[in-house]
Design a protein. Structure first.
Lengths: 403, 349
């Protein structure tokens, strides 16, 4: 296996595609109209290297979360290939998928909803441990085969009920012993040892999630992701539901954990400040397509794609003179349903040309940097335009200038 | 690496952790139940009444000798007697003691209520779970759930009481026949209830979290879906026992499927049906069986309301600690799984 070979990227997606088919109305079905779909992730090819933090940014509806979910195989991709550690895991299913999940864990955006309100802390955090290392193999081994054979041989269920019962008793006696992870004491001990690492007291094992603050719940979520010792952690907007001060604490904790455990992060966020703080590389998504990729510092300092520029220009800056500015990108995000050909950003782009509407720009390397890729026909011409030039001074109406 | 929770090879068994003994925990649990129920005197009353009724029913079932007079025995005292000390609920025209008969009916009616609601809960609940959880488009589960739901609609499109009466007439006389008839009209409500709750729960982020953790689907259903659906289900079940008793009595009353003085199982509805003709002259013969139904239904209703508070860990903890009554929690966790993203603020240190 190619595992742990440093040259092989941890995750590699090749033309990864996640389309959600829309239901057709009866009328459309009768007229044999093709099924339309939402192109949430469309042809995204990128790699995540071992030990790095790759940030995925974009506005709402750009497919960031869907991409993260596909990488964690919570969605089955419609097309393309997903490689993990050099292995193709696109079509992994059943028990092998279930066991693969210990290598990729995900921290969900909603710290309230992603914790089952009826379970205690040790049950929530220990759940992956139990699922991965505490499950008996189902009806396998000689005992299981004998049980199935006896049941099948008895044909009917009602008449030889006694036979079924005896087979079940024999199976219970012969089946493999429960693995250590199945014992509550083991799980509790593991959770107790992990909780301080994410900054929670070790004695809250028997509390319920509603007794924690937002930051505490996000830490629980993080502990749940870390307990099976994954290689990749998908962080789906880990801090967007938290106060600014708590955000900083959680981010610092994330950085320390990454250093201690050699984790790889796929960080999904819309918060440029968070990207600047912890990301090594950044990938910008717009309408399901990857439009810019490169080292975080470079991309944030010199964005090339007009959309990246606009995104950065929208970040509020504590500057009195810029209070009445707004950026030039107008309009709403176009629909993701069967998008038209051509650059997805063309309808909103201030630098749009005829060829932008005609065909998709390929993701190409940027001259002068071997790390950066950008998908824009005019990258060479507009690359040096600063994001601030997208801003124009606008006299706001009096009511809008109120704080 | 050293102090890491052993993921690759969890250590066999760690010395017993700080879990209190089962007895201690049971005691604490009982105290929590009492504390929560105490904050709402009505549900405490319902709880006590249900316990009393259940104990009385068991005693009467085990030893019918505790009744003042045997059930259905005639000429136990003067006929047509109004309530007296010897016959607290009076007697009918043949001198049967109404008090003894009302008591003798208690285990029958309770058993009928629990049996019908319980069977409806099991049948309807499992069908509802199936229809709610396994409905991915174009799968075998979707076909099954469509069949289940259309069948449910079919039954729900009839007024349930009329349907129960029709089935009783078709099936003939006897307790089992009436139970089956009521049950046939009863399970579809549980399908609807459970399916609705499952649909709300199955897209909660914690279900996806469990899936991402590698929990098997069957276990997700039992551990997360069922557990979160259970609370409204148990509450509904408790309230339902009373409704079932009323419906059963109504069916028995209207159809006369259980001719009271001749057929052994005494039941409140059929008692009222029998004495209906003499209700004007001997009102106590119908008033007391009716009151028995009222009290039973009321105690289950009160208990059901109390259970709602008790089963929710959020309100349970608050009440048990403060002893104060809290406003009922909003039903279930928030349904919106994607809060509106705040604008990019947050300057990190």
């Amino acid at each position: 296996m190619a595992a742990s070979e440093p040259s092989v990227p941890l995750v590699e997606t090749v033309h990864l595609r996640m389309w959600f088919p829309l239901p057709r109305s009866l009328r459309e079905q009768l007229r044999h109209r093709p099924r339309r779909s939402i192109h949430a992730v469309d042809d995204v090819s990128l790699t995540i290297r071992r030990g790095e933090t790759l940030a995925l940014i974009g506005e709402s509806g750009s497919g960031k979360t869907t991409f993260g979910w596909v990488v964690a195989r919570l969605h089955d991709p419609t097309g393309g290939t997903l490689r993990f550690d050099g292995e193709d895991v696109t079509r992994l299913s059943g028990e092998s998928l279930r066991l693969w999940r210990r290598r990729v864990q995900i921290v969900f955006q909603d710290p309230v909803g992603s914790l089952d309100p009826r379970l205690k802390v040790w049950q929530i955090v220990g759940e992956p441990l139990r699922a991965q290392f505490g499950e008996r193999p189902p009806l396998v081994g000689p005992a299981g085969r004998r049980f199935v054979r006896r049941v099948v041989r008895s044909r009917s269920v009602l008449r030889p009920l006694g036979e079924l019962w005896r087979a079940a008793v024999a199976y219970m006696r012969e089946r493999p012993p429960a693995p250590p992870g199945a014992h509550a004491a083991t799980v509790r001990e593991a959770v107790r040892r992990l909780l301080p690492e994410v900054g929670l007291p070790a004695d809250c094992l028997d509390q319920y999630p509603h007794e924690f603050s937002g930051g505490g719940r996000q830490r629980l979520s993080l502990a749940r992701a870390l307990i099976v010792n994954p290689s990749l952690v998908v962080l789906d907007e880990p801090t967007s539901a938290l106060d600014v001060s708590v955000q900083a604490q959680v981010l610092n904790r994330l950085v320390e954990l990454q250093r201690e455990r050699g984790l790889t992060y796929l960080l999904i966020t819309h918060n440029v400040a968070v990207v600047r703080y912890i990301a090594d590389r950044v990938a910008v998504l717009y309408l399901g397509q990857l439009i810019e990729l490169g080292p975080a510092a470079e991309v944030l300092a010199h964005p090339i794609h007009p959309y990246t520029k606009a995104l950065l220009a929208a970040v509020p800056v504590p500057d009195v003179k810029r209070r009445h500015t707004r950026y030039r990108i107008r309009g709403d995000v176009p629909s993701l349903i069967d998008p038209a050909p051509g650059c997805r950003f063309a309808p909103r782009c201030p630098f749009v040309e005829a060829r932008c509407r005609a065909s998709d720009p390929p993701l190409e390397a940027v001259r002068g940097s071997d790390e950066r890729r950008v998908a824009c026909w005019r990258a060479a011409e507009i690359g040096s335009v600063a994001p601030s030039e997208l801003l124009e001074m606008v006299r706001e109406p009096a009511r809008a200038s109120a704080p | 690496m050293g102090t890491r929770p052993a993921a690759e090879s969890p250590r066999p068994v760690v010395p017993p952790t700080s879990r209190p003994s089962p007895w201690r925990r049971a005691g604490r649990g009982a105290r929590t139940v009492y504390r929560v129920l105490r904050t709402n005197p009505l549900s405490l009353a319902g709880f006590i009444l249900v316990v009393l009724l259940a104990v009385a029913a068991v005693v009467i079932y085990v030893d019918p000798g505790v009744l003042p007079y045997p059930a259905l025995a005639i000429f136990t005292g003067p006929p047509k007697s109004a309530p007296t000390w010897g016959h607290p609920f009076g007697t009918d025209e043949l001198g049967r003691d109404i008090f003894s008969n009302v008591l003798a009916a208690l285990p029958v009616d309770l058993a009928i209520g629990v049996t019908i609601s319980g069977a409806a809960l099991l049948i309807g609940g499992s069908l509802g779970l199936l229809a709610g959880y396994y409905n991915r488009p174009r799968s075998a589960g979707a076909v099954a759930s469509t069949v289940i739901l259309r069948l449910t609609d079919l039954f729900l499109s009839f007024p349930s009481l009329i349907l129960a009466l029709a089935f009783t007439v078709a099936l003939g006389r006897g307790v089992v026949q009436v139970v089956v008839a009521v049950l046939i009209t009863w399970w579809p409500y549980y399908v609807r209830l459970v399916r609705g709750e499952v649909l709300a729960v199955k897209n909660q982020p914690y279900i996806y979290a469990a899936r991402a953790a590698g929990v098997r689907e069957g276990r997700i259903v039992l551990r997360h879906v069922l557990r979160n659906v259970l609370e409204p289900l148990v509450v509904y079940f408790t309230l339902d026992i009373g409704t079932v008793i009323v419906t059963f009595s109504t069916v028995a009353f209207v159809t006369g499927a259980l001719p009271y003085p001749t057929a052994p199982p005494v039941e409140w509805g059929s008692m009222i049906a029998t004495y209906y003709d003499v209700a004007a002259s001997l009102p106590w013969t119908v008033v007391f069986p009716g009151l028995a139904i009222l009290v039973t239904v009321l105690s289950f209703s009160l208990l059901g309301d109390g259970l709602r508070d008790l089963l929710d860990p959020r309100s349970r903890r608050v009440i048990a600690q403060t002893g104060a009554s809290v406003p009922p929690p909003t039903a279930g966790p928030a349904r919106d799984d994607r809060p509106v993203a705040p604008p990019a603020t947050g300057a990190p240190p």
